[in-house]
Design a protein around this ligand. Structure first.
Ligand code: FPP
Length: 243
């Protein structure tokens, strides 16, 4: 059973399997993404109900541009549609919308819709929903190294002040705690360039269902699995350390 006392503060999800779900149903891939957007709604609602503070969703990776143009366009349209249609619902549920990634390279119309949604939800104090859009973790690290190097070069930062916390503060996720739980659907055991630095100590739960099938019960299942694992951070657990 899930323990409501130790719900992770920050959950990150790699939403995988939209295409395979559609293929099994003999539907076009975009129908899989559309059904996936329904799961996004369900999981946002569930996180709010369970008291999760941060939810980061891998919605579009920097590698996803290499998909057929029609699929990329359809994903962008779906995203715009989602932002437009859901913003009232997000407000009703006190959800603040945020995003990480190279947002400046997204189509103008998507950027515009994002900006509107950020502004409209800026004052909400409940769940922080962070969409990873045109996101790639290695690129995020490269960007932060460049920024740090520029500061060092300009003598605004000393070499000795570079430590783990400083690096974290130069990532796109500077304002958020690291996720304690990473969920990936559709059975693939890969990280796919997602939050490489931030998931150093996260529990990874790979689930054997397609993203469009994901609902609150599956989130609860993943949280239960997280709670059942002993999180030792490379140290020793309470029992053996008392020997
Ligand atoms: C992975 O499935 C999913 C994506 C690349 C996109 C995720 C997008 C959504 C869930 C749609 C809406 C998002 C929001 C935030 C409203 P895949 O296409 O890689 O599936 P496959 O591996 O089975 O082909």
């Amino acid at each position: 059973m899930m323990n409501s006392e130790t719900i992770p503060k920050h959950i990150a999800i790699i939403m995988d399997g939209n295409g395979r779900w559609a293929k099994e149903k003999k539907l076009p891939r975009i129908e899989g993404h559309r059904a996936g957007a329904e799961s996004v709604r369900a999981v946002v609602r569930a996180c709010g109900e369970l008291g999760v503070e941060y939810l980061t969703l891998y919605a579009f990776s920097s590698e996803n541009w290499s998909r057929p143009k029609a699929e990329v366009n359809a994903l962008m349209t779906l995203l715009k549609f989602f932002l437009k249609k859901e913003v009232e619902e997000l407000n009703k549920n006190n959800v603040q919308l945020l995003a990480i990634g190279a947002l400046e390279e997204l189509p103008e119309s998507v950027q515009k819709e994002l900006q509107i949604a950020f502004e409209k939800t800026a004052k909400n104090t409940g769940l922080k929903l962070i969409l990873a859009l045109n996101y790639g973790s290695r690129r995020e690290i490269v960007d932060s190294v460049r920024k740090i190097a520029t500061e060092v070069e300009g003598n605004r930062l000393s070499l000795s002040s570079i430590d783990e916390d400083l690096i974290s503060s130069y990532l796109y996720t500077a304002d958020y705690p690291d996720p304690e739980l990473l969920i990936r659907t559709s059975g693939e055991k890969r990280i796919s360039n997602f939050l490489l630095w931030q998931i150093s100590y996260a529990e990874i739960v790979v689930m054997d269902l397609y993203w469009p099938e994901f609902r609150k019960v599956h989130l609860q299942e993943a949280i239960t699995e997280f709670q059942n694992r002993q999180r030792r951070f490379g140290g020793v657990d309470a029992i053996s350390s008392s020997d």
